[in-house]
Design a binder for this molecule. Structure first.
Ligand code: HEC
Length: 213
C-alpha cells in the first residue's frame, strides 16, 4: 500500500514539475511576437508555395504565379482575334457579326439589360444617354448611344478592350455576355436615324464613316 502511495506521489510530482517547466518556457518575455515552443512546426510552416512569391528549382528562381504557356488557350476561354489598337478596332468593325441567334433578340436584350445594370449603367445611364452617376465625373463623359454610328463589331471591340476612359471588360464578361450587351446597347440606341434602316450594315462595309471615332 505504501509503495503504491509513493508511486502516485511521484507521478503527481513529475506531472507538476512538467507543468511548471512548460509554464516557464512558454511565456518568455524575450520576444513578444514569438509563438513559443512549436510542437508541430509543419502545421505552422506549410511547404506549399505562396502566391506571388518566388521559388527556386535547379538554381533558377521563378515566380510562383505563372502566366499561361504561349500559344495555349485556357479551358472555357475563347480567344479574340483582334488586337487592342486602331487597326484591330477597324477590322473588328468590318468582320464581326453578333453570333447569338439561337434565341430571340428580345431574350438576349433582356439578359443584356441585367448585365448592363451591373457593369455599364453607372457610366452610360439607364437610357444610354451617357448620364450615369459616374459618367458625369469623367473628363469626357460617355457619348449618348443614340448618337453612335458604329457597327456591332466595333461595339464588341470597345466592350472587350475599353476605349478612352472606359475600361476593358474582357476579364469580367464572357464573349457571349458581351454580345448580349451589344444587343441591349443597340436597343437603347433605338432605330437608326435618317437613312435606310440598315445603315449600320452599310457602315460595316464602308468603315470610313466611323473611322475617326
Ligand atoms: C467608367 C465608365 C464606363 C463604363 C463602366 C462603361 N463605359 Fe462604355 N464608354 C465610356 C466612355 C467614356 C466612352 C467613350 C470612349 C471614347 O470614345 O473615348 C464609352 C464608349 C462606349 C461605347 C462606344 C464605343 C465606340 O467604339 O465608340 C459603347 C458601345 C460602350 N461604351 C458600351 C459600354 C458597355 C456595354 C458597358 C458595360 C459593359 C460600358 N460601356 C461600360 C465609359 C464607360
Amino acid at each position: 500500500m505504501k509503495k503504491q502511495y509513493r508511486t502516485i506521489k511521484f507521478a503527481f510530482g513529475f506531472a507538476l514539475s512538467g507543468l511548471i517547466l512548460a509554464g516557464l518556457t512558454s511565456c518568455g518575455k524575450k520576444d513578444e511576437n514569438s509563438p513559443g515552443v512549436e510542437f508541430m512546426p509543419d502545421m505552422y510552416r506549410s511547404n506549399s508555395l505562396e502566391y506571388y512569391q518566388t521559388h527556386t528549382v535547379d538554381g533558377q528562381t521563378e515566380m510562383n504565379a505563372k502566366l499561361p504557356v504561349k500559344g495555349t488557350v485556357a479551358r472555357g476561354f475563347l480567344p479574340y482575334a483582334y488586337e487592342n489598337n486602331t487597326e484591330g478596332y477597324e477590322k473588328a468593325g468590318l468582320n464581326l457579326k453578333n453570333p447569338l441567334t439561337e434565341k430571340s433578340r428580345e431574350e438576349y436584350e433582356k439578359e443584356g439589360e441585367v448585365l448592363y445594370g451591373k457593369f455599364c449603367v453607372h457610366c452610360h445611364g439607364a437610357t444610354g444617354a451617357g448620364d450615369g452617376k459616374v459618367g458625369g465625373k469623367l473628363p469626357g463623359p460617355p457619348p449618348a448611344y443614340s448618337s453612335l454610328k458604329i457597327t456591332e463589331g466595333k461595339m464588341f471591340h470597345t466592350i472587350t478592350y475599353g476605349k478612352g476612359t472606359m475600361g476593358a471588360h474582357n476579364s469580367q464578361l464572357t464573349q457571349e455576355e458581351r454580345w448580349k450587351l451589344v444587343y441591349y446597347v443597340q436597343k437603347l440606341q433605338g432605330p437608326p436615324k435618317g437613312a435606310a434602316s440598315d445603315s449600320l450594315k452599310t457602315a460595316a462595309v464602308t468603315p470610313t464613316v466611323a473611322a475617326k471615332k
